[in-house]
Design a binder for this molecule. Structure first.
Ligand SMILES: [Zn+2]
Ligand SMILES: [Zn+2]
Length: 365
């Protein structure tokens, strides 16, 4: 069944002292060039692609390459590591996954690759004042990382996991559907390529443990509802030497009793009396930053907005700020003293007299 073997170095077009990098590069080039998915009209392309892949499955693996250099292709037949004379041993798929990535849909076939930890998401609620001034907060994160008893191997210290017999340690099985098929996760080892016969007592063989951590997070002044902060390296721990994922914090802002955010402006509702609105006044309000003197001009109308420049929210990563907007609410008194009542009556009379005078001078339509 096996065809007459060409020399693997010749197939890949490299010399016998080629570096691993050169071999990989050359294979990648050939694989892209001859991939059957790109050469539907050329049946020979598949043949060349197979040849290159077979050659790379050997020369791309330092152990197999050594055996091949010493004993030739015969030396590899049936010898451990899952290689056989056919083309696509599972290990080829792993090799593929590494070198071609997702390009041809082989990605993820090998679970033995180092894996970056997943990202974690978290919501943190700030008061409006905290978001206005900026705040450093301690945030509790629960995340997963390698078990420190077994360092993630899942095996009792002193033991090592054994290669899975079903998949030969590759962690993946090939589903044959024609030539280009899929690698699926081995059911016996769930893709790890290993079986643990002496499970670690601390993690029961999972190789992972949960850890609760508190990390300090700096929320910059001006941060807004729904903003997302990335804290790099604070996600789940990686596996097999892979780096940790990141932590993403989504910011929620509590409603404030006195202040509201409008874009970058800070809005404050200021209750004033009739006389303050009519005559004007000076008032002080307590803002998030301190005391602010507000000048109410004479004849201020209900709902009118007084603008105090550059006292609003900081724009994150910029120097500019929004404004403090003071909206005037003229409040009708709920109860009056006798004296106030008399003054209002007097005022009413004056208003009525003024109204009379007005209507007498107004031209009648
Ligand atoms: Zn453990
Ligand atoms: Zn397996």
């Amino acid at each position: 069944m096996p065809m007459a073997k060409k020399d693997y170095y010749q197939v890949l077009g490299v010399n016998r002292n080629a570096s691993a990098e050169e071999i990989k590069k050359s294979y990648r080039k050939l694989a892209m060039q001859h991939h059957p998915d790109r050469n539907h009209d050329d049946p020979k392309a598949e043949e060349r692609f197979k040849e290159a892949s077979e050659a790379y499955s050997v020369l791309g693996n330092s152990e197999k390459r050594q055996i091949y250099d010493q004993y030739g292709a015969e030396g590899l037949r049936g010898g451990g590591g899952g290689f056989d004379a056919g083309f696509f041993s599972d290990s080829i798929f792993s090799d593929f996954g590494d070198i071609l990535g997702d390009l041809f849909g082989f990605g993820g076939a090998s679970a033995q690759r180092r894996r970056q930890g997943s990202d974690l998401g978290l919501e943190v609620t700030l008061t409006l004042q905290e978001s206005f001034l900026g705040v450093e907060k301690e945030v509790a994160v629960e995340r997963e990382r390698n078990c420190d008893e077994c360092d993630g191997s899942g095996s009792e210290p002193g033991h090592t996991p054994q290669a899975c017999r079903k998949c030969g340690g590759s962690g993946s099985m090939r589903l044959s559907q024609g030539f280009f098929s899929m690698a699926t996760t081995c059911s016996a080892c769930r893709g790890s390529g290993k079986v643990i016969d002496h499970p670690c007592k601390k993690c029961h063989g999972h190789g992972r443990q949960r850890e609760a951590r508190k990390i300090k997070v700096n929320f910059p002044a001006g941060i807004d509802e729904g903003n997302r902060l990335r804290v790099s390296g604070e996600g789940e721990g990686g596996r097999l030497g892979g780096g940790p994922g990141d932590l993403y914090i989504v910011v929620r802002i509590l409603a404030d009793r006195q202040f509201q955010r409008h874009g970058h402006d800070l809005l404050y509702q200021l209750p004033v009396t009739f006389s303050q609105a009519a005559l004007g006044d000076q008032v002080s309000i307590q803002t998030f930053e301190g005391v602010e003197r507000i000048k109410i001009p004479a004849a201020t109308q209900n709902g009118q907005i007084l603008k105090i420049k550059n006292k609003g929210f900081h724009q994150v990563n910029r120097w500019s700020r929004g404004d403090l907007l003071v909206q005037v609410n003229v409040v009708t008194p709920r109860s009056l003293t006798r004296q106030e009542s008399e003054l209002f009556k007097k005022l009413r009379e004056l208003e009525a007299a003024r109204g009379q005078a007005q209507s007498e001078t107004d031209p009648v339509n």
